[in-house]
Design a protein around this ligand. Structure first.
Ligand code: NI
Length: 166
């Protein structure tokens, strides 16, 4: 497993709509292993493939968020099938270092995707794990958490972040 450089805002790859993955190939297995390593070394809760410059629909989530199984999650072509209630909590992103904001998201989600064995799986979860899955799926659609901010807060972000540099 190898560390891959994480792309940071405003890298255009973060705004690309990621392509669906057709088959779980050796390349996909290697990429997901490298993403897990990268996520761990960066102390991130999750990572989407386009954050490491590969615009395909693949996300990884840290094991501490997966309390049911206590192992990391790799989800290919993930989708949110159902959501329930809302919750506001603080979020950060490895592509927006040192910037944190409160974001409203669904509290509970039912997510569906394919695992590395090529099987379709469903994950029913809430709280931090539900938030991480929504955040990472947003990445696959070229959406960053700052896009959920009010115009005023987004302006503040631009002033603060772009002035300070990466
Ligand atoms: Ni992120």
């Amino acid at each position: 497993m190898a560390f891959i450089e994480i792309r940071t805002f405003p890298d255009p790859v973060l705004r690309k709509i990621a392509e669906p993955v057709k088959n779980v190939t050796e390349e996909i297995l290697k990429l997901s292993g490298d993403m897990i390593e990268t996520m761990r070394l960066s102390n991130g809760a999750g990572l989407a493939a386009n954050q490491v410059g590969v615009p395909i629909r693949l996300i990884t989530i840290e094991e501490h968020l997966n309390k049911q199984e206590n192992r990391h999650i790799v989800l290919i072509n993930p989708v949110i099938v159902e959501t329930d209630s809302e919750e506001t909590a603080e979020e950060g992103c490895l592509s927006l270092p040192k910037f944190y904001e409160y974001i409203k998201r669904a509290k509970k989600v039912l997510a569906r995707g394919v695992n590395l064995e090529g099987e379709t799986i469903e994950i029913e979860c809430e709280g931090q794990l539900a938030r991480a899955i929504q955040h990472e799926i947003d990445h696959l659609n070229g959406i960053l958490f700052i896009d959920h901010l009010s115009p005023v807060k987004k302006d503040l972000f631009k002033k603060k972040y772009l002035k300070g540099g990466k």
